[in-house]
Design a protein around this ligand. Structure first.
Ligand SMILES: Cc1cc2nc3c(=O)[nH]c(=O)nc-3n(C[C@H](O)[C@H](O)[C@H](O)COP(=O)(O)O)c2cc1C
Ligand SMILES: [Fe+2]
Ligand SMILES: [Fe+2]
Length: 393
């Protein structure tokens, strides 16, 4: 796939993997994007995940035939992009890896890469491919310490690594059009919140660093190539990394026997009646309607209110709900409005403990919460009143 006269897409779609990083569901697949810049010298930007060797090599051959690759630019060492590094080094004995000082020990540790095959670039340094100039900028902790981006000056193109990436396969035409941003928006937020979400401050630092650059095209490592939607994509990343949210309620619950689930559904119904934007996530769910923890995190990055339902379990919080709270803490999420509810049978604990975890994160806990014994009823757990409370500011 040709992106410009000199930039070619040589990435792959992965429709087989069910969980990204062994954790995050992929209902629409994921792409590992690799790019080839064909000039007097040939550079490949990042590889694809191991398992796609043949497709990858075939795509490269289609563009350059038997011409050698001169440089492999490693923007990011996470194995979804770097795991064919050794494979390429072996096939292209004169190829050099272009990376930075922080990449070196990782290359050695993962692939036993000899140091003499690595060209180490510093912040702002350039590399000429003939009529193309590549410039490297370090963007540490987006979302690994060695991450850098590569800017192709003549094309105003940013090879951004995982930044601006999204879950979801890319179709035949990798380049975006007017609709692409809206089509991928939710998957992009889910990707950001699941993978990068902890690193809001480094993402902000990276955006500051790239502020002065003219960017006509973003070639990230996952999802479409952004041309028409560059401004929207950058604005979304800016908003997400500032932890900016809109009004609305993210209902998240775990339930063994359906009692806490019934309360969660009742709350959703009451919010619906009031026209309050909301999302509801069953933490045990893992399908297109509910993406479990993954989808819940996405919507915590959208909405300012979190309502968590958990039964009491062995004197504590039901483990999936506890993991959810830990996942919020791990992402440095602060300042959300919070409310807890849940069923118990002999001694309630989950609601009190959830409130404690919420306070530890500086959440605005809107009330004591509602613990109800055994089955859910509106009398025991007034979801209409809760919906009124959550709808008021
Ligand atoms: C393994 C297990 C541990 C439980 N531990 C407690 C407990 O410590 N205190 C309590 O009041 N109820 C406890 N319960 C009862 C549940 O809280 C009760 O069944 C509740 O209604 C389940 O809500 P759910 O239908 O939303 O799963 C426990 C239930 C199970 C299965
Ligand atoms: Fe990554
Ligand atoms: Fe990645």
């Amino acid at each position: 796939m040709k992106i410009t006269d000199r930039i070619h897409y040589v990435g792959v779609n992965d429709s087989i993997k069910e969980l990204f990083e062994g954790l995050w569901p992929l209902p629409y697949g994921v792409s590992y994007n690799s790019y080839l810049i064909n000039d007097q010298k040939v550079a490949v930007v990042d590889t694809v995940e191991a398992g796609f060797e043949e497709d990858f090599l075939a795509e490269i051959h289609e563009v350059i035939g038997d011409k050698p690759i001169d440089y492999l630019i490693v923007n990011h060492m996470e194995p979804d992009h770097s795991s064919l590094t050794a494979y390429l080094l072996e096939r292209y004995p004169q190829m050099k890896i272009v990376a930075n000082t922080k990449t070196l020990p990782m290359l050695k540790g993962y692939y036993d890469t000899p140091e003499e095959r690595v060209l180490v670039m510093a912040e702002g340094q350039t590399l000429s491919l003939g009529s193309s100039t590549l410039r490297f900028h370090m963007v540490p902790m987006v979302h690994w310490p060695e991450t850098m981006v590569t800017y192709l000056e003549e094309e105003h193109t940013l090879f951004s690594g995982d930044a601006f990436g999204t879950f979801g396969n890319v179709d035949e035409n990798v380049i975006d059009d007017e609709e692409t941003f809206e089509e991928y928006r939710d998957e992009m937020i889910r990707y950001y919140s699941n993978i990068v979400g902890k690193y809001g401050a480094p993402v902000q630092a990276a955006l500051k660093k790239l502020e002065g650059l003219r960017i006509d095209r973003i070639c990230s490592t996952h999802g479409p190539v952004w041309e028409v939607n560059v401004d929207q994509v950058v604005a979304l990343y800016d908003q997400l990394s500032r932890y900016e949210v809109g009004r609305g309620v993210c209902i998240v619950y775990g339930s063994m026997y359906g009692n806490t689930a019934a309360a969660a559904d009742a709350l959703a119904e009451e919010l619906e009646k009031r026209g309050v934007p909301y999302a509801i996530h069953d933490l045990a769910g893992n399908n297109e309607e509910s993406l479990g923890l993954s989808g819940a995190l996405r919507d915590v990055f959208k909405y300012d209110t979190v309502a968590v339902g958990s039964p009491t379990y062995n004197g504590g919080i039901y483990p999936p709900a506890e993991s959810f709270m830990k996942a919020l803490a791990a992402r440095g999420i602060k300042g959300r409005r919070f409310y807890a509810f849940g069923s118990y049978t002999w001694a309630a604990a989950s609601v009190r403990l959830l409130n404690g975890l919420a306070k530890d994160m500086d959440f605005n806990v809107l009330g004591d919460g509602m613990a109800f014994a055994q089955a859910y009823t509106q009398e025991k757990c007034d979801m209409a009143a809760l919906a009124d409370l959550l709808a008021s500011y």
